[in-house]
Design a protein around this ligand. Structure first.
Ligand code: HEM
Length: 408
């Protein structure tokens, strides 16, 4: 490996090159040193993994612990009010995305039957109905309309609320709390405030379900007496958060990307059979869930570098998905390519549990939106669309769109 590659200070992760392009620094680093040391803002040194092969290997290797996962409250560098963790953080009950085997295995197993391809296929018609009803509502609005509020956020929220048995009527409150929780750089009190509010709300919900279970996933879990209320609360938190934030951003940023690539959009409109491949390519190209954290439990050799025991390791799925060694012309959106093998749902034991559900929602969502709104366009110049560079999950804060009302 070339020793001349400078060690980056902090994460060069802001997507400043354009709304869809990976940061230039991260692409350059991946191409020169795909497993690289990294200086954290508080001065301690960790590692940054950006090459496709290296990321895939790392995610499959359980010697890299997930107990530093940023998804929740753990950040391996200082944020105001929080000490720097130098060893695995205590586990949050139920939050199995940030656990290792055997704890992770025990909890994930409880949900495996729930999210199978088969179970999700049975839901397909219902998801299509939810999408169509939301588009009926949107078509009654007078454009311009914010696609995030009118479509991209409601669809996955309605679906996950119904599956989990969370009242959709409570969405204004819990979505605002999740939004506060997902801001990247902010004082710990803010993040903790949002976290406590969500925990209180979901704790009360699962307690009620344990007392009087209904027909939904959280009730099914609540019937299992070996799960404590704190574990049920953590699982509810994880599923509700993962179930709507990611998919909502894929629907809105994906629509933005299609509108900005008219030839690709025309190809998709002309051939709806392209939809499954198009969804995979949009997942790869956009990689809305980009940064994940791991912790080396021993000295580990990874693609020619030795990561010392105790290191915090940052993984960039975006950089890996744009690796020219894996995909030709990776920074180009090409709906005809086979993007299978992308890492946007992760890989290994933590691979996304909701991947099949998310795929169904995206196929139904993009398919119906494009069919029902053939004249859909941006209502503002692309440069004015507010990007979520400040949030843990990338996307757009708003997507103002318009259409020709005489066609509807
Ligand atoms: C895990 C991405 C939708 C539930 C993950 C991971 C990624 C990911 C990258 C791996 C995390 C890691 O290795 O630390 C996405 C994207 C989605 C999406 C991009 C949408 C386009 C969903 C949905 C659900 C969900 C709809 C609904 C339940 C989960 C859960 C985990 C997970 C529970 C943790 C799995 C484990 O630790 O075993 N997701 N996800 N996700 N996702 Fe998703």
């Amino acid at each position: 490996m070339p020793v001349t590659t400078p060690v980056p200070n902090g994460l060069p992760m802001e997507r400043t090159a354009g709304p869809f392009d990976p940061p230039r620094e991260i692409s350059a680093l991946r191409d020169s040193r795909p497993v690289s040391p990294l200086n954290f803002p508080d001065g301690h040194q960790g590692w940054l993994v950006t090459g496709y092969e290296a990321v895939r290997r790392l995610l499959a290797d359980t010697r890299f612990s997930s107990r530093l996962d940023i998804g929740i409250l753990h950040v391996p560098y200082e944020i105001p009010g929080m000490p720097t963790p130098t060893e695995p953080s205590p586990q949050i009950p139920g939050m199995f995305v940030a656990m290792d085997p055997p704890d992770h295995t025990r909890l994930r197993r409880k949900l495996i039957g729930t999210f199978t391809v088969h179970r999700m296929r049975q839901l397909e018609e219902h998801i299509v109905a939810i999408v169509e009803a939301q588009l009926d509502e949107m078509s009654r609005l007078t454009p311009p309309v914010d696609l995030v509020r009118a479509f991209a956020l409601p669809v996955p929220s309605l679906v996950i609320c119904e599956l989990l048995g969370v009242p959709y009527a409570d969405r204004e409150t819990f979505q605002a709390d999740f939004a506060r929780f997902m801001v990247k750089e902010q004082p710990l009190e803010e993040k903790m405030g949002a976290y406590i509010a969500l925990n209180t709300y979901l704790g009360e919900l699962v307690t009620a379900k344990r007392a009087a279970p209904g027909e939904d996933i959280l009730s099914d879990l609540a019937r299992q007496e070996d799960l404590g209320i704190d574990e049920l609360t953590g699982i509810a938190f994880l599923l509700l958060l993962a179930g709507h934030e990611t998919t909502a951003n894929m629907l809105s940023l994906g629509t933005f990307a299609l509108l900005e690539h008219p030839e690709q959009l025309a190809a998709l409109r002309a051939d709806p059979n392209l939809l499954p491949d198009a969804v995979e390519e949009l997942m790869r190209y956009l990689s809305v869930a980009d940064i994940f954290y791991r912790y080396a439990t021993e000295d580990i050799e990874l693609c020619g570098e030795t990561i010392p025991q105790g290191s915090t390791v940052v993984v960039s799925l975006l950089a890996a998905n744009h690796d020219p060694l894996r995909y030709d012309d990776p920074d180009t959106l090409n709906l005809h390519r086979t993007a299978r093998g992308h890492l946007s749902f992760g890989h290994g034991i933590h691979q996304c549990l909701g991947a099949q559900l998310a795929r169904l929602e995206m196929r139904a969502g993009f398919g119906s939106l494009l069919r029902r709104f053939p004249s859909l366009t941006l209502a503002v110049p692309a440069a004015e669309v507010p990007l979520r560079t400040d949030m843990n999950i990338y996307g757009v804060h708003e997507l103002p769109v318009t259409w020709d009302t005489t066609v509807h």
